[in-house]
Design a protein around this ligand. Structure first.
Ligand code: HEC
Length: 126
């Protein structure tokens, strides 16, 4: 009897943990989003230079309508399209996003790194 009770208790404790999914990003306070977007900078000096001269002008300022750097809530659905689509939207333009992101020195690898940085993904994420 006691063992059966223990098994039931163990299942009750374990089941919710097994069902738990990766947390979905929630909207955040606009001032927090803006502060973080304005202060983020890629650690690599060359990328930082490219970022400062182009992407940051919009993605560092949420009021521009661009998805703010570091804001998971704005980026997660976009990221779900896959890096290939995001790259094609960056190179070819997408609504208010100008073709090439106003970066004339950026290579495709630079774009991929800049997108990962803004979407807060690891350096080799696809
Ligand atoms: C002049 C402003 C501006 C600049 C500069 C800019 N962007 Fe954007 N970007 C936008 C806007 C606005 C959007 C949102 C477009 C939409 O979803 O309607 C956007 C969206 C994006 C997206 C998401 C596209 C999608 O499919 O959801 C990516 C990726 C992106 N930008 C990358 C970059 C990169 C990389 C740079 C710098 C090299 C850059 N952007 C520079 C304004 C800008």
């Amino acid at each position: 009897m006691t063992i059966r009770l223990l098994i039931i208790l163990a299942l009750l404790v374990a089941a919710p943990a097994a069902c738990r999914r990766a947390p979905t990003a929630q909207p955040e306070n606009p001032a927090k989003v803006a502060g973080r977007a304005a202060s983020m900078m890629p650690p690599d000096p060359r990328l930082a230079g490219l970022y400062r001269a182009s992407c940051q002008n919009c993605h560092g300022h949420p009021e521009s309508g661009a998805p703010p750097a570091g804001y998971h809530f704005a980026w997660d659905k976009r990221w779900a399209q896959g890096l290939k689509i995001l790259l094609s939207h960056t190179v070819g333009g997408y609504n208010g996003m100008p073709a090439g992101g106003q970066c004339f020195a950026c290579t495709e690898a630079d774009y991929a790194s800049l997108i990962r940085f803004m979407a807060a993904r690891p350096a080799n994420a696809n």
